[in-house]
Design a binder for this molecule. Sequence first.
Ligand code: F6P
Length: 344
Amino acid sequence: MRVGILTGGGDCPGLNAVIRAIVRKGETVYGDELVGFLDAWDGVMERRTMPLDVSSLRGMLPRGGTLLGTRRGSPYDHVGGPQRVVDTFREMGLDALVVIGGNGSLSVACQMHSEFGLPIIGVPKTIDNDVVGTELTFGFTTAVQIATDAIDRLHTTAESHDRVMVVEVMGRHAGWIATHAGIAGGATVILIPEMPFDIEEVCAILRQRHERGRYASIVVVAEGAEPVPGTLPMGEKVYDPYGHVRLGGIAETIAHSIEERTGFESRVVLLGHIQRGGTPTAFDRVLATRYGVEAIDAVHRESWGCMTALQGNEIVMVPLAETVGRTRPVDLHLYRDVASVFFG
Ligand code: F6P
């Protein structure tokens, strides 16, 4: 078969490991011809491709980013865009397309499959771990490890100066990274998008801690966390060209407000894209490899319109329609009954 592969949305450690696994099994077991589309859907519309074979993937397993390049955006953003995708399938003689992407790219994949009957398989990726239908996306444990390493380092400088360190991590709609890194790093408070926070409560926790003689604290905040309406003035929202709110910076508002209300000296650390860069953890390499192998098997079973997913310890296929337009919130049991036990 002639199988295309694209990576879409924000990059994520483990993308190359998925591509490598698809190519390895596709070429050596099924005798497939694999074609990489450059820069996500743009490459499909513009027929910008690169051949993928086992030898071209040497050394890519531990490499972060994506050798295919990636973009946000969708064919539906362009007049005639979806039709150009359909034309590419016909003119290139493609038998299948594997879309490795997050919520945005998987929604496009689902729509292209249901509207035009294109033979598409999805593979979920995002460090945010918020794709519905799978218990884990690769890239997540790498981001958690990077954030935890940073928090570990911040403890000693915070203790030396008796400071509050407000650490902002990624997590647009879901607080998975914040909750896991916060537990692993021994955070004093964790703020997540799923639970609007009251800055007065945060300050009360910090004051109590000071009264117990602990003068340094780590507050971990997900970039998408929001205050209870009316409790903390926030700046104007800024949007990117694709209509996504440009997040990043809430830690600054929180740190300022903590210092003002408590008098405790506070500093801000924005981990930003460091969480998405570099080599994947061993766990993410294994998960990405399992997804890649399952994706090419699914191509040969013709499980069109489905994506690979982890459920329990099994890799299964889930209809893309079940994931579209939804995000998977953090496990609130983990947040309320485990993480918050250690607040203060
Ligand atoms: O991939 C999801 C994500 O990591 C979000 O947590 C974050 O808001 C977003 O990407 C930022 O991506 P970019 O700056 O590349 O648009």
